[in-house]
Design a protein around this ligand. Sequence first.
Ligand code: PEP
Ligand code: MG
Length: 570
Amino acid sequence: MLCLRGQGVVKGYAIGRAAVMGAAALEVVHYRIQPEAVEEECARLKAALAQARDELQHMVANLPDDAPREMGALLTVHSMLLDDRMLSEQACNLIIERHYNAEWALTTQGQVLGEQFAAMEDEYLRERGTDIRQVIERVLRVLSGTPVALPQFDSGYSGELIVVARDISPADMLRLRGARFGAFLTDLGGPTSHTAIVARSMNVPAVVGMGNIRTLVRDGDLLIVDGMSGAVLVNPPDFVLEEYRRRQAAYADDRAELGRLKYAEAVTLDGVQVKLEANIELPEEAEQALAAGADGIGLFRSEFLFMGRRDLPGEEEQYEAYATVVKAMQGRPVTIRTLDIGADKTLDGDATVATNPALGLRAIRYCLAHPEIFQTQLRALLRASVHGKLRILVPMIAHLHEVRAVRQAIAEAGQNLESRDISFDRNVEVGAMVEIPAIAIAIEPFVEQLDFLSIGTNDLIQYTLAIDRGDNDVADLYDPMHPAVLRLISHTINAAQRYGKSVAVCGEMAGDAQVTRMLLGLGLREFSMHPQQLLDVKKEVRQSHTNALRVKVASALNRAERINLDELAG
Ligand code: PEP
Ligand code: MG
């Protein structure tokens, strides 16, 4: 038995036969054309780009109703890349200036763009280099007249097939989704790759970043896939197979039980009502939040509307995006965070590189330094507030003068709307992210001046422990359970409760079912997380007793001891 490992990005088990997808990269012939053939070669390239774009647009227009939500957006991004001048014009220039043939020019320019993406700090944008490669492969196929090679099927085999590929483009995923696949395994990709995004929305186990599984596995090999640990077992013996069949069945039972919880209330054994909300990054995800039974949107990371593009979204575009979410949530609260740009999330074309970006001009600091960008966003937010219950959340607050400046900026945006006779909710609530230790330590005046708080544990941990959250070398020191972090969370929750203000946790901790009891013990009653984590957390809530937890957690905190999560269980 061979045991391979990658990054598990969609949980679940699969047992089935390998179906290996043909090499994605095509053989590309390089030759120089005659000077008189330049025009014709450019025309050939442009025709292929247009055909590839037409194919993608046709797919978008004819998406099946049950296609994963992200599919349309991903295919549209691909068709937009085909329109991008950086790709088509520069490739044509290579034909004109160096007399490369169309395929050579296209792959050369693709490499240039791919390297630019690969050098980006932000993981999400780095992954977008994959889009360039996939788009180019599609055009190369048009140029050579070779269709995509889908996995071969053995007609005699009735069990599940497991797709093994170098990587899978969104368009290929669309073609694959109709078939009976048990899991997706790819050599390339990370948690934000297309395979991961689409597999997650299809709820099919997936392991990415496997390195070279395509060369190690043959069609028909028996595979066990563990989407949790990222392990893939090739041709396992019977006793291992039995064990994984048992785990697969237990997991399916667990999921079925969780599914039933969707309509159950998030109430503890001692009758305490808990609010479970969703974190989203794009407006379309509101539907998923609603489907998971979220009580509202606890964090809409608005910066994703600004990233991966060269221009800034205007007031109208932002208004549409915010209004879409507010309307979709049908009166439930929608907390939209103002632009949290800087550090690991950068705007395209923003050339400034701070020596220490995490401590630099990020989030609210950036917005206050760029009033025109901030005002546009605030006007869009206020306009969207008429459609339901919209709350404005401000990231990285550390000073009271920042709170005052934000209130002032909101008033100014309101005056602008008034002068244009546009209505908005004048009582829109304004809250702050608690993610810098300074605000957590000196929280009282902030609570007084704000309507609500949301604890961003991802950054709070980073700044409290001086651990760069994106640096693998210190990842083992990134410790959500450090007593100092827990004291800051506890202090913030207590202060908010004393002042009768709402307080949530919206960092990753909120969605980790292993720490749900601990957070309940700290007094937390509002959690905001990825929609897929909601039912696991609800299950924990429904099995907890807050009074008992409060006593146990308080006594450990008083002694500044690490809390033993096992002691909180059961
Ligand atoms: C956080 O810091 O916990 C948070 C929710 O914000 P982000 O992860 O977007 O920085
Ligand atoms: Mg943060």
